[in-house]
Design a protein around this ligand. Structure first.
Ligand code: SF4
Length: 311
């Protein structure tokens, strides 16, 4: 494994490429990457790097988003079959159906969606910015998709009437982090703080000491005055916390909280992607341009500098 990591590092350096890995990737893939983070952090990192080639170890919508934000760079996926089933639950016909049903309601889409959907949205958010952006909207009814659990979290934290688009959309990994599993984990480690992702069901979130995105969970584990944590998100985050904070202990809610699609990417596939320069992500530039406008509007409303307009 170490030999392959060394070969990846050497190959990336020799061809001026950078390797980015999502927090949910296998530990060894995280350790071989130049940068590890959540989907938005990785997209911004992709924009900041001078590298013209980016190998993105993440699922389909993340790789696509990096390509949308980086016209002119080559974005490679080591495994095109690494998909996010939740992102596939919303598409333009679904958007049209809900727009017709709820005329005038702003549509806020989760970053876990494809460029065609982002281009049709009013705003795009991450799990860390969803509540903040929705609270700024001058509307009481909000359409939010995909993910009924994140939609309910946004409703709880903003007091607005948030309709999930589509109604039964969910992440198959986070929906499995049930309250009974969390209670069983807490029984084993009573002094542990419980940190969960807002894609978890509402009953699970109610048991938590902290609810936040993967990056917010990682940050909270570093800042909280506690030694042990039960982590209610994909188990790749447990590795990240253990690596960043050697004095702290992170435990998964259960061993099966694994996103199988994220785990399809192996060190071998990352290396092959660099050597064969495969598989390059192709984007329709016209649709990408529309999606970038929606992202710009979203960053502006959040008071965040638009990364690609930075001087
Ligand atoms: S954990 Fe859920 S939302 Fe994240 S990539 Fe896997 S299926 Fe998609």
């Amino acid at each position: 494994m170490e030999e392959l990591t060394r070969k990846i590092r050497e190959k990336a350096r020799s061809m001026g490429a950078t390797v980015l890995a999502h927090n949910y990737q296998r530990p060894e893939v995280q350790d071989a990457a130049d940068f590890v983070g959540d989907s938005l952090e990785l997209s911004i990192k992709a924009m900041q790097t001078d590298a013209k080639t980016i190998v993105f170890a993440g699922v389909d919508f993340m790789v696509e988003q990096a390509a949308v934000l980086n016209p002119g760079k080559t974005v490679l996926t080591p495994e095109p079959g690494s998909i996010c089933p939740m992102a596939w639950q919303i598409d333009p016909p679904v958007v049209e159906e809900y727009r017709k049903k709820y005329p005038g309601a702003p549509l806020v889409v989760y970053v876990n969606s494809f460029v065609e959907v982002k281009a049709l949205a009013d705003y795009v958010v991450t799990s860390s910015s969803a509540s903040k952006l929705v609270s700024k909207l001058d509307a009481e009814r909000i359409l939010f998709g995909p993910d009924k659990n994140l939609a309910s979290y946004v409703a709880e934290t903003t007091g607005k009437d948030v309709t999930a688009v589509p109604l039964n959309s969910y992440c198959p990994v986070h929906i499995g982090i049930t309250s009974s599993k969390v209670m069983a984990a807490k029984d084993k480690i009573p002094d542990a703080k419980i940190l969960v992702h807002p894609e978890c069901p509402p009953e699970t979130r109610r048991l938590a000491d902290f609810v936040g995105s993967t990056s917010q969970i990682i940050k909270a584990a570093g800042e909280m005055d506690a030694k042990r944590f039960i982590i209610g998100t994909e188990n790749g985050v447990v590795h990240r916390i253990s690596k960043l904070y050697p004095g702290k202990e992170a435990y998964p809610v259960s061993q099966d909280t694994i996103c199988p699609n994220m785990k399809k990417i192996t060190l071998e596939k990352v290396y092959r992607s660099l050597v064969e320069k495969e598989t390059a992500v192709k984007i329709d530039e016209k649709i990408a341009g529309k999606a970038r406008k929606v992202l710009e509007r979203s960053f502006t409303l959040l008071g965040v500098e638009v990364p690609w307009l930075r001087k």
